[in-house]
Design a protein around this ligand. Sequence first.
Ligand SMILES: NC(=O)c1ccc[n+]([C@@H]2O[C@H](COP(=O)([O-])OP(=O)(O)OC[C@H]3O[C@@H](n4cnc5c(N)ncnc54)[C@H](O)[C@@H]3O)[C@@H](O)[C@H]2O)c1
Length: 248
Amino acid sequence: MSLKGRVALVTGGAQGIGKAIVRHLAQAGAAVIALDRDDEAAHQTVSQIVSEGLTASAVCADVASSKSVAAAVAPLLKRYGAVDILVNNAGITRDGLLLRMKDADWDAVMSVNLNGTYHCIKVVLPSMVKRRWGRIVNISSIIGAVGNAGQANYAASKGAIVGLTKTLAREYANRCVTVNAVAPGFIETEMTAGLPSATKDALMTQIPMGRLGVPADIAYAVGFLASEEAGYVTGQVFHVNGGMHMAG
Ligand SMILES: NC(=O)c1ccc[n+]([C@@H]2O[C@H](COP(=O)([O-])OP(=O)(O)OC[C@H]3O[C@@H](n4cnc5c(N)ncnc54)[C@H](O)[C@@H]3O)[C@@H](O)[C@H]2O)c1
């Protein structure tokens, strides 16, 4: 699988799953841009990846703001002509049972996870359509498929990403732009670091592979969907969860 000559934009690329995606796409030969609201962390990640002899750079933006995304992506489009691969990975959680959930927590999760995905697609899609080639990979979650008590906002945002993915797959298939989702199970990152060990133990009993995932597990799935070879795969949700949920 080679992504040589491709330009890839990965949101939330500073750490966790996003960082692994940036590294994997760069290893496959793409020029990768890590977009993150944490500028310092994004630059650190990128210098690490560049020191491995790969091509990567960082841009600072808040995906929740269409203006911020447009301002960050405009210079990239000017420089490269197009973004060939977009990975919408930036995401947050603000957990709580619905009856106790603050409107601000609902809104924050929707703004980043769902609106952020929309904003990024909106700015890069015209360049893909024009070139008649594009790969969009949206990071959903097992929670969007099966739900999870205490995560109504997160589950709603990740389920909505699936509807968005399938619709755009239909809209742009004839322009050779594929749109897919990757739905990770429980992956070892800062997002899950705070889970109590009792919760982790309980989770383990539900995962046939007997371990949490690592960020690279997700990056490999994204790498395939971003490749030339995946050109006939569109509108799909690729579940990567150690067998925890086996979608029909
Ligand atoms: N870790 C898991 O178990 C798991 C499971 C399923 C899905 N996911 C999804 O995978 C994605 C990555 O998760 P992670 O575990 O690596 O998270 P993480 O918290 O480790 O990293 C998220 C990154 O996104 C960035 N980010 C957050 N809000 C942003 C914004 N508004 N604009 C720009 N950047 C922003 C953060 O700065 C950070 O670098 C998320 O969409 C998450 O919902 C994670």
